[in-house]
Write a protein that binds this ligand. Structure first.
Ligand code: ARG
Ligand code: GLU
Length: 710
């Protein structure tokens, strides 16, 4: 443990790293050297208010920050996207036209959306491993960790409202941290620009620089009269945060210090070369191919109907996002020769390890990866094909509205749940897309999954129908789920719950989901989970081994725990980059670039007329930069990943200068390997946000809530 503490502080290469806020005193010297003017206690403190109190985990995988004393919150447009979409219809198309609440009464509540503040985090390694002794099996260790975690969580959450806690393994279980959060569930939509601004450039520009996307939306957190978390109620009042960000409009320049405070989701910086090789040669290419098929189908139908375009906007964006990222990632690790570099490292490590504590760990990991590969492949395929069939997922969740009492055998049916499921599913479902995807994906499944891995059910269906198209035809014409009227009638006229439940189970869509799930649970998952557990164990040694090796052999390497959706600090500076030979990208973009891309004939580049007018009249208000243009985005060297979307970008004084929302394509391999020359995070300049609120939305009442530093 002492080693870990020491390691975390030592020899970090410039700008790589996602640091734990509670240990930031180990990095603060470096941060200050690079320009930061505040102290460790200003970033994270449990004794006084600190910047952490103004940062939230937004929804399930984004970050947001407080920007007023009345609970006003800023995050990305793509983070609020599904909420904006849910409030949208052809009549009220907030995606297309934007939405601005002109009073508190107009702010829109959102089912299922919550935000969490980190109250505190603590190293609880000793507590969590209490009772564990050297020589115990991994199963025993897992059980001990689970039991100790549960009682710790119970203890720390009993004190107050909205408290929830998690215990997370860091460094593959060499260390454990407890995170205590306070969760607020009444979060209302305050404003969003039209998608032509918030998603400007669409999936064409996604993951790319130069960028001109106004990727922001605004929400407000509500609390009960005592400022405590409470479920939605019209009596709730705006939450008063302990801390909120002041906004700097002074602007940014190349070289300026930047600090990203947020919730990065997942990185794998210390994995073995075999793990990288699988991603590069097998996992990513196959997943990319499968998603290309789906996207082609969605895009074709979406371009033919306004209704379908809205219905599939959020689904399409989600599918396209990882699809494009994986392509950049593959290119990046290839270019970096990551597999080769790692192999060389592993060889040297192995030689060094001979005869000592870490002897054999490399060979062990290699063997496990070999064993894992076909099962991992099947897992990836299951996720990207079977689980991508919307009607099958819907059938499964609707089926779960029936509950069987284990003792009496009595069946109950949750009508409310079923009605909600029906409503939200059919609002955004278009049968031809789902059916064509089914045919395309099952064809690929047939082609690429080895015979002895296929389940009996699949083989039988393919034998019966010969082609996946014919099979699709059968399912989508016979299933009761393929027709909203039919299923509604079915649910309304249930005479015997037992009979109707049995009928639904036999429905071809339910059957499809259930048969594959059975196969996955019986033949794939047990093997992957056993191997992964063994891998985890081997990695625990290898992780420690890498630290000892690098320290004793003087290999300069930054050690920070892989991202796991816990609060982290990443710092760097504003900087351009060279994506290719003879090309250099400047670090900031302006409204001029929006006008250069503007094209009324291309959906992704068709901006609102009002923006054209403002530009023509140079009606920029207070928001122009020194060159007289409105700044839009900038890039910097901060190490970020998915989950960092919406994170505050903070300047040397601790004030807000922007909003993180993406990375450059050439640098997306930073989840595996970070290259300071190429890896850049992309942020929205806060001045563009303010310009849009002020000039496009005419929502200056929101500006009145904010505090500016000039
Ligand atoms: N690439 C960004 C992220 O990973 C933005 C995604 C949303 N935008 C989109 N066009 N799909 O989440
Ligand atoms: N857009 C990503 C997100 O939603 C951030 C980009 C990245 O992966 O760095 O979190």
């Amino acid at each position: 443990m002492l080693l870990l503490a020491v390691m975390a502080g030592w020899t970090a290469k410039a700008d790589e790293g996602m640091w734990l806020p509670s240990l930031i005193s180990q990095r603060i010297g470096d941060m200050q050297e690079k320009g930061f003017r505040l102290n460790a206690e200003d970033i994270y403190s449990i004794n006084q208010e600190s910047l952490k109190d103004a940062v939230v985990l937004f929804g399930r995988g984004c970050t947001g920050e407080l920007i007023s004393s009345e609970g006003l919150l800023l995050t990305n447009h793509h983070c609020g996207y599904s909420q904006i979409q849910q409030h949208s219809s052809v009549e009220h198309d907030y995606l297309k036209d934007g939405f601005w609440a002109m009073s508190r009464e107009e702010e829109l509540p959102n089912k299922g959306l919550s935000v969490s503040f980190l109250e505190r985090m603590e190293d609880v390694t000793d507590l969590i491993l209490k009772g564990y002794e050297e020589g115990m099996s991994e199963d025993e260790r897992v059980a001990i960790v689970k039991k100790n975690s549960q009682s710790l969580i119970e203890e720390v959450t009993k004190e107050g409202k909205g408290l929830r806690a998690t215990v997370e393994a860091l460094y593959y279980g060499n260390q454990y941290f407890m995170f205590l959060y306070r969760q607020y569930d009444d979060v209302r939509l305050v404003g969003a620009p039209p998608s032509s601004i918030g998603k400007f450039g669409g999936d064409t520009d996604n993951w790319m620089w130069p960028r001109h996307t106004g990727d922001f939306s605004m929400f407000r957190i509500y609390a009960d009269k005592d400022n405590n978390p409470a479920p939605y109620s019209k009596d709730n009042v705006p939450y008063q945060p302990k801390k909120y960000f002041k906004i700097s409009t002074a602007g940014v320049q190349e070289g300026d210090f930047t600090f990203i405070y947020g919730f990065p989701g997942r990185t794998q910086e210390y994995i073995h070369s075999e793990g990288v090789r699988y991603i590069e040669e097998i996992g990513d290419p196959h997943k990319i191919h499968l998603r290309t098929l789906r996207l082609d189908i969605m895009n074709r139908h979406q371009s033919q109907s306004q209704k379908v375009r809205i219905q599939y906007s959020s689904k399409n964006a989600t599918v396209a996002n990882a699809w494009k990222k994986w392509q950049g990632e593959v290119k990046g690790v290839k270019k970096m020769k990551t597999v080769q570099t790692k192999q060389e490292f592993e060889k040297a490590f192995d030689r060094w390890a001979a005869g000592g504590e870490f002897d054999g760990v490399i060979a062990k990991i290699e063997g496990l990866y070999k064993e894992l590969e076909p099962y991992q492949f099947a897992t990836d395929y299951y996720a990207e094909t079977v689980r991508a069939i919307e009607i099958a997922n819907f059938a499964t969740s609707l089926y779960s509205a029936y509950k069987v009492n284990k003792e009496t055998g009595e069946i109950t049916f949750d009508e409310k749940k079923a009605a909600d499921l029906v409503e939200s599913f059919y609002k955004d479902w278009y049968l031809p897309i789902d059916k064509e995807c089914f045919a395309a994906l099952m064809t690929e499944f047939d082609k690429n999954i080895p015979e002895d891995f296929k389940c009996e059910y699949f083989k039988k269906q393919m034998k019966k129908y010969v082609t996946a198209e014919k099979w699709a035809e059968a399912i989508f014409s016979k299933s009761v789920f393929a027709d909203q009227d039919k299923i509604e009638k079915f649910l309304k006229n249930q005479k015997s719950l037992k009979k109707s439940r049995a009928a639904l189970l036999k429905d071809p869509a339910t059957e499809f989901a259930a048969e594959f799930a059975k196969w996955y649970a019986a033949e794939i998952q047990p093997v992957t989970s056993r191997i992964n557990q063994e891998l985890q164990l081997a990695y625990r040694d290898y992780m420690r081994g890498q630290m000892v090796y690098c320290r004793t052999q003087r290999v300069p390497k930054a050690f920070y725990p892989d991202a796991n959706l816990t609060l982290r600090v990443a710092y760097g500076h504003i900087k351009g980059y060279q994506p290719a030979d003879a090309t250099y990208y400047l670090p900031s973009s302006t409204i001029k670039g929006i006008m250069q891309k503007d094209n009324p004939d291309i959906f992704d580049y068709n901006i609102p007329q009002r923006l054209r007018d403002l530009y023509a009249e140079k009606d920029y208000g207070r928001w122009a930069d020194a060159t007289g243009e409105v700044p839009v985005c900038f890039i910097a060297t901060n190490h970020t990943t998915g989950g960092n979307s919406g994170s505050p970008v903070i300047n040397a004084n601790g004030d807000l200068i922007g909003l993180n929302f993406d990375r450059v394509w050439e640098g997306t391999m930073s989840d595996i390997v970070f290259d300071p020359e190429i890896c850049r995070n992309i942020s929205l300049d806060v001045r563009y946000v303010l310009f849009i609120i002020d000039k496009l939305a005419d929502a200056d009442h929101l500006l009145d809530e904010m505090t500016f530093t000039e």
